[in-house]
Design a protein around this ligand. Structure first.
Ligand code: UD1
Ligand code: CA
Length: 453
């Protein structure tokens, strides 16, 4: 039986106090709505419909590349009305799974279980028991414990307000049943809204079985209404990810001071000190050591490499046994081969460092290809930009660049060449040559110090 997913994402989210639609606010570096879509897509639905309203164009631009279709809900008349907007596009024989764009952490396995129960002809709802159920729809059961209805907080009587089991809003049911119920929902309630939750009482009246599931953790079905809730959900999610990495054999100095915003593929015996931010797709080889306060994004770090404190790495390929930092910045297009060293206050961009080459202190290397066993002295700058165009520098194997040199590109420094300290190099240097391009030193023995008059 085919599955179609409907994700409600039309609301404004006023309490975020933001120009950005609420569902596009990020959790772990990814819009909340994208979390919901990605989990749902693990069930391989035939279609994913996103109900959009506030900020529709912006939301569409984010979800369309993911293969989701948007349905506009011009007026937010309630959750039942929202779902009804998508139904003309839904196959009447499909199972419908209803999700919320501001509930980012529902695991795919829970969605799958709901869909399976719905496939048996039942209405499957996800409920959660909370110490403080205020604001939520209450799950009303009869004396036999059978679910009878969902009553919204604002419509609940004093007895119903005591109920701790609440509606998460997430449910699955056959489209054919939904099509029968949706047009019959009335808005004669405290909020004058078309409540999707009314289908529960309709199902009971029609003799349709009601099944319910609960999440392992309430955070998995927690919706986000304001930035306080977003921040606390972020911390919970980060701690889950950190604990999983610990279980997988990655040593984190402190799981509460670790942030993964993307995917980390990790080898064995990796150590990550506090305040690391790992972003995008990052792969760490066996034995990698990451010092405190490092930001590593879309990078591949080879086995045995040491990244010392306060280093920033973005879109770089680092091979095995390299040394990076402290305070190094590897910008996009940096490639380090085995045993390369990039030390403190060194910035690299679109630059390759061959095996065993070193740039240990205060250096900028841009658009540069450095061969093997090259020593780049402190304060070396590749002058790759003339204000209009960028040019390449080539430094061949075994070259030695003296400290405080400016290498004005385009230029090639030959193999085993030496550049005298303080040189400004504007012409190619042949293999093995020494190039010195600096003012000559004069020592004046006859010089007399001025005296005070
Ligand atoms: C809803 C449920 C409530 C449940 C709670 C869980 C209903 C009637 N109530 O209440 O039982 O405990 O969620 O958080 O379903 N939306 C639209 N279009 C609309 C209305 C809502 O897209 O016309 C979206 C909102 O943007 C929001 C979500 O649906 O993301 C929930 O809507 P909201 O009005 O906040 O429902 P609650 O009052 O929270
Ligand atoms: Ca809500």
């Amino acid at each position: 039986m085919s599955l179609e997913v409907i994700i409600l994402a039309a609301g404004k989210g006023s309490r975020m106090r933001s120009d950005l639609p609420k569902v596009l606010h990020e959790l772990a570096g990814k819009p909340m709505l994208v979390h919901a879509i990605e989990q749902a897509q693990r069930l391989q639905p035939t279609r994913t419909h996103i109900i959009v309203g506030h900020g529709a164009h912006l939301v569409e631009s984010v979800v369309r590349p993911l293969g989701a279709e948007c349905v506009t809900q011009d007026q937010q008349l309630g959750t039942g009305h929202a779902v009804a907007q998508a139904m003309p596009k839904v196959d009447n024989n499909a199972i419908v799974l209803v999700l919320y764009g501001d509930v980012p952490l529902v695991p795919a396995v829970l969605m799958q279980q709901l869909a399976e129960q719905a496939a048996q002809g039942d209405l499957a709802i996800l409920t959660v028991t909370l110490d403080d159920s205020s604001g939520y729809g209450r799950i009303v059961r009869d004396d036999g414990g059978n679910i009878q209805a969902i009553v919204e907080h604002k419509d609940a009587n004093t007895d119903q307000l005591q109920i701790k089991e609440t509606n998460t809003g997430i449910l699955a049911v056959k489209a054919s049943l939904l099509n029968g119920w949706l047009p019959r929902i009335k808005s004669n309630n405290a909020q004058g809204e078309i409540y999707l939750t009314d289908i529960v009482a309709m199902a009971v009246a029609d003799g349709v079985g009601i099944r319910h599931l609960q999440p392992d953790f309430p955070q998995q079905t927690q919706g986000v209404n304001d930035r306080v809730q977003l921040a606390s959900l972020e911390r919970w999610h980060q701690l889950q990810q950190a604990n999983q990495l610990l279980r997988d054999g990655v040593q984190l100095a402190d799981p509460t001071r670790f942030d993964l915003r993307g995917e980390l593929i990790a080898g064995k015996d990796i150590y990550i000190d506090i305040n690391a931010i790992i972003e995008g797709h990052v792969q760490l080889g066996d034995g990698v050591h990451i010092g405190p306060n490092c930001h590593i994004k879309n990078a591949h770090i080879g086995a045995g490499t040491q990244i010392l404190a306060n280093s920033v790495i973005d879109q770089a390929q680092v091979a095995a046994n390299c040394n990076i930092g402290p305070f190094a910045r590897l910008r996009p297009g940096t490639i380090l081969h085995d045993n390369a060293k990039v030390g403190n206050f060194v910035e690299t961009k679109k630059t390759t460092l061959g095996k065993g080459s070193k740039a240990n202190h205060f250096t900028y290397l841009g658009d540069t290809v450095v061969g093997e066993k090259v020593n780049i002295g402190a304060g070396t700058i590749t002058c790759n930009y003339d204000g209009v165009n960028k040019y390449k520098t080539v430094i061949a194997d075994g070259a030695f660049i003296g400290s405080n040199s400016s290498i004005v590109a385009p230029v090639t420094i030959g193999a085993d060449a030496t550049i005298g300290a303080g040189s400004t190099i504007t012409r190619d240097v042949a293999d093995g040559n020494l190039a010195i391009a600096r003012g000559k030193q004069r020592n004046l023995a006859t010089w007399a110090k001025p005296v005070k008059i």
